[in-house]
Write a protein that binds this ligand. Structure first.
Ligand code: UDP
Ligand code: MG
Length: 321
C-alpha cells in the first residue's frame, strides 16, 4: 500500500471541457514535474455530457497523481469546487483553478511563496481580462457594488482562483451554506490574506459554461448571502415615501383651506399607485430572496451527491478516525 500525503492539492472543476482537457493536463503535468512540492490534482466532473468524464476516468486509472471525483449530475461551479475541496488531501495548501486554463496553473510557485511567508489565503486579482466588453463591465460593476454593501471585506476583482491553507479548507468544509459564494466565504474566514495580480487569460477552448442566468444567480448569492443592505434599503424607501406623502398632504391642505383650490390630479394618483405597487413588489421580491435561502437551507440536503471517486493511491486518513 502506498501511503502518500501530498503537500498541495490542485483543484479544478470541469463541465464539458473535452476541448481544453489535453492542454489542461499537459500544463498540470509540467507544473508537477518542475515543482519541488508533492502535488496531487483533484479534478471534479460536474455532470459533463460530453467525453470529459471518460477522459478523466482513463487518466485517474493510469496516473496516480490524479484523483477524480464524479458528481451525480450538474450542480454548478461553486458546488463542484466545494466537492473538490472536500476530497482534497493536500496537507499544506489547496490551489483552486478553473479547468479552462483561464487561471494559469504555473502561478502555484508564486502563490506558494506567499503561503510560506505566512498567508493563509493568497487570492488572484485580475489586472486585465481578456473577455468581451459587456462581461468585463458587468464583473467590474458587480465587484464594486459587492464591496460597498457587503459586511465582510471582499477584495475587488478576485474570483475563486486562489491558494488556501489547510486550515482555511477545513473551515470551508465545515460551512454548511447551501447557496455558496466561495470567494465571499473565503473572506469571511479571515486569517492573513493577500492578493497577487495576474492577467486573466482568455478561455483556451470551448465556450463559457456560465450562462447569463447562472452568473446572475452567482451575483445574487453574493449579495443576499453577504449583505443586509437590500432589506435596509426597503426600510429607507419606506421612510422616505411616508415623508413625501406627509409633505404632499400639507401642501394639499394649504391649497384647500387657504387658497380654496380644489386639488386636481387623477393622473398623479394613477402614477403614484402604479409606482408604489412596483416598489412594493420589488420589496417583496427582495424579502423573498432571503426567505428562499432560508427555505433551501432548512431542507438540510447534502450539497451534492458523489457518483464515484477514482484514485489509485490508498492514502492514510489525515486525521485519526
Ligand atoms: N464549471 C462547472 N460547472 C458548471 C459550470 C462551469 O464545473 O456548471 C466549470 C467549468 O468547466 C470551468 C469553471 O467551472 O472549469 C469555470 O467556468 P467557465 O469557464 O465556464 O466560467 P467563466 O470563466 O466564463 O466565468
Ligand atoms: Mg472560464
Amino acid at each position: 500500500m502506498i501511503l502518500s500525503k501530498p503537500q498541495i492539492s490542485i483543484i479544478a472543476p470541469l463541465y464539458n471541457e473535452t476541448e481544453s482537457f489535453p492542454r489542461l493536463i499537459a500544463r498540470l503535468n509540467a507544473v508537477m514535474e518542475t515543482s519541488p512540492l508533492t502535488i496531487e490534482v483533484v479534478l471534479i466532473d460536474d455532470g459533463s455530457r460530453d467525453t470529459t468524464a471518460m477522459l478523466m476516468q482513463q487518466l485517474a486509472l493510469t496516473d496516480s497523481r490524479y484523483q477524480c471525483v464524479f458528481l451525480s449530475r450538474n450542480y454548478g461551479h461553486q458546488i463542484a469546487l466545494s466537492a473538490g475541496i472536500a476530497a482534497a488531501y493536500g496537507t499544506e495548501a489547496l490551489f483552486i483553478i478553473d479547468g479552462d486554463l483561464q487561471d494559469p496553473p504555473e502561478l502555484l510557485t508564486e502563490f506558494y511563496q506567499k503561503y510560506e511567508e505566512g498567508y493563509d489565503v493568497v487570492y488572484a486579482v485580475r489586472k486585465k481580462r481578456k473577455e468581451n466588453w459587456f462581461k468585463r463591465t458587468a464583473y467590474a460593476t458587480f465587484y464594486r457594488i459587492m464591496k460597498s454593501i457587503s459586511y465582510v471585506d471582499m477584495p475587488l476583482d478576485s474570483g475563486d482562483f486562489s491558494l488556501i491553507s489547510r486550515r482555511v479548507a477545513d473551515v470551508l468544509n465545515q460551512m454548511p451554506e447551501e447557496s455558496r459564494f466561495i470567494r465571499g466565504m473565503r473572506s469571511w474566514i479571515g486569517f492573513k490574506q493577500i492578493g497577487v495580480e495576474y492577467e486573466r487569460d482568455a478561455r483556451q477552448a470551448g465556450e463559457s459554461k456560465y450562462s447569463f442566468s447562472m452568473l446572475q444567480r452567482l451575483a445574487y448569492n453574493g449579495i443576499f448571502n453577504f449583505s443586509e443592505y437590500p432589506i435596509k434599503i426597503i426600510t429607507r424607501i419606506g421612510i422616505f415615501t411616508i415623508g413625501a406623502a406627509l409633505l404632499y398632504l400639507i401642501q394639499t391642505l394649504i391649497k384647500r383651506f387657504i387658497y380654496h383650490d380644489v386639488p386636481q390630479g387623477f393622473t398623479a394618483l394613477l402614477f403614484f399607485i402604479v409606482l408604489f405597487s412596483g416598489i412594493q413588489l420589488i420589496a417583496l421580491g427582495l424579502i423573498g430572496e432571503y426567505v428562499l435561502r432560508i427555505f433551501f437551507q432548512a431542507k438540510g440536503r447534502p450539497l451534492y451527491v458523489v457518483r464515484e471517486i477514482i484514485r489509485q493511491q490508498q492514502r492514510q486518513p489525515l486525521t485519526p478516525v
